[in-house]
Ligand binder design. Structure first.
Ligand code: HEC
Ligand code: HEC
Length: 293
């Protein structure tokens, strides 16, 4: 009698423990890893566009002016403040913003927010990014309205822009490429959004896909170099690595401010493996002629 009771109790305890273990594991897999998210936020250069350009600015609290031929955009506050930031968002709102370029209320984001690249970020990486943003101290810094030329301020027009130029497809692994080159492709195409500056655009601000990373005019209208081997083959691996870590060019110049920021926030902070992968991918690109001046 007593033995039976003890057995039943043990059985119940075991089941309880299993249940507990199961829910803990499920919880761990459902929630992103904030520490990894921080690394991914560096790789995405999020802080650059979402932090005011002055000393003592609160990181991610918004206010950075982004000048484009269409007007000036101001990166919004993405700290978890309930009124001024994204504190009331759900993870689903966040994923929709980066994947689809849609606001929680359904309106379009302007593609000055590089969601045409971010749409290729993997599910796991998006969850880790979200987990990281939630660890930031909430800032009450209010957002500033974009200052756009007529009629580019109409979010409705972005629907047409998206129709022509935006394809929210996941990142695809190239079958013929090595694992390293594919990792580099993911870093360049998705999180690193290098093509947002290094791919030329047409007069509507749409990227010219057949000229991928061939350089031309950047988002601010200034010239940006070709990243395909046409130009970069002149640099040894050591020189390219040095540039991506420090901004120093083989002929003793320094990267200008725009690229310097990418180096500071992103390429100089990559793990050695990720940096090697990024370089291997650039080396593997089909060579394209420079844009005519
Ligand atoms: C090149 C500049 C740029 C970079 C880099 C950038 N963003 Fe943004 N982001 C913007 C702009 C501009 C907007 C506002 C777009 C609009 O109002 O339509 C925005 C909007 C957002 C929003 C919506 C905020 C709101 O209040 O609606 C989120 C969330 C966001 N970005 C997250 C990120 C994350 C995460 C990263 C890094 C992976 C990142 N951004 C990198 C420019 C950038
Ligand atoms: C915000 C715009 C912007 C983004 C994003 C950007 N770049 Fe650049 N990049 C530039 C500009 C501008 C230059 C020219 C710098 C100069 O002339 O000093 C440049 C120069 C370079 C060069 C030197 C090429 C040469 O021949 O001089 C390399 C290599 C490079 N970028 C790689 C990258 C990679 C890799 C990424 C993505 C992780 C990236 N860039 C993202 C704007 C950008």
């Amino acid at each position: 009698m007593i033995r039976k009771k003890a057995a039943r109790l043990r059985c119940g305890l075991q089941a309880g423990l299993l249940l507990l273990l199961g829910t803990t594991l499920m919880g761990a897999s459902a929630q992103g890893d904030a520490k990894r998210g921080q690394y991914l936020a560096n790789t995405g250069g999020c802080v650059a566009c979402h932090t005011e350009d002055r000393k003592d600015a609160v990181p991610f609290a918004g206010g950075r002016a982004l000048k484009t031929p269409f007007g000036t955009f101001y990166g919004p506050n993405i700290t978890p403040h309930p009124q001024t930031g994204i504190g009331r968002w759900t993870e689903i709102d966040f994923i929709r913003a980066l994947r689809q370029g849609d606001r929680p209320d359904g309106a379009n984001y302007f593609p000055a927010f590089p969601y045409p690249s971010f749409t290729r970020i993997s599910d796991g990486d998006l969850r880790d990014l979200w987990a990281y943003l939630q660890t930031l101290p909430p800032s009450s810094r209010p957002n500033r309205e974009h200052d756009l030329r007529f009629p580019f301020g109409w979010r409705f027009f972005v629907t047409i822009w998206k129709w022509f130029f935006f394809s929210p497809d996941p990142f695809v692994v190239a079958a013929g490429s090595t694992k390293i080159v594919n990792r580099g492709a993911y870093l360049v195409q998705a999180l690193g959004h290098c093509s947002e500056c290094h791919t030329p655009r047409n007069f509507l601000g749409g990227p010219q896909r057949d000229r991928f990373l061939a350089g031309g005019k950047g988002p601010d209208g200034k010239r940006v170099p070709n990243l395909t081997p046409t130009r970069l083959k002149k640099w040894s691996d050591g020189e390219l690595k040095e540039f991506l870590l420090t901004g120093a060019t083989p002929d003793g110049d320094a990267a200008n401010e725009t690229m310097d920021e990418v180096i500071r926030n992103t390429t100089s902070r990559l793990t050695a493996e990720d940096l090697a992968a990024l370089m291997a991918y650039l080396r593997s690109l089909p060579p394209l002629a420079d844009e005519p001046r």
